[in-house]
Design a protein around this ligand. Structure first.
Ligand code: ZN
Length: 138
């Protein structure tokens, strides 16, 4: 599989505007990008911590994945994302190991990444994302 590092940790928030200052003021991090991912019905904000990012996720649609998560569980940790070299073979390999997938084929995520989610029912409750960046240094 070859996981190189934790690419990012996704955190569901009600409002980027309200939560970004927490990360900037308390931890001295700089929000370097805000991006809307229409496909996932979220607006994302990114901070760098070493080579790992914090990805804040604000819902743009109450029926979307983050909208329903916030409704059910409230704000908090949403997913963990591992960087892999080859996303599609990683997904195939994961499925071959009996893990249920949300995405059988990778799709476009924020920051030009190709991403795929594993189903939390197969991962002991941890929504897990695999992601690949073309110029990833592994
Ligand atoms: Zn993510």
């Amino acid at each position: 599989m070859n996981l190189s590092h934790i690419e990012h940790i996704g955190i569901a928030v009600k409002s980027l505007e309200i939560s970004i200052p927490y990360w900037e003021k308390v931890f001295g991090l700089k929000c370097y990008a805000i991006e809307e991912v229409a496909d996932q019905r979220v607006k994302t904000a990114f901070f760098m911590v070493g080579q790992t990012k914090i990805e804040l996720l604000e819902s743009t649609d109450p029926e979307g994945p983050i909208g329903t998560f916030l409704e059910k569980k409230g704000e908090g940790m949403h997913h963990i994302a591992f960087a892999v070299k080859d996303i599609d073979s990683a997904l195939t390999e994961t499925e071959a190991n009996g893990v249920k997938l949300i995405d059988k084929v990778s799709r476009k995520g924020a920051e030009g990444m190709n991403i795929g989610f594993l189903h939390p029912k197969s991962t002991f409750g941890v929504l897990t994302e695999l992601c690949e960046k073309k110029d990833l240094e592994v």
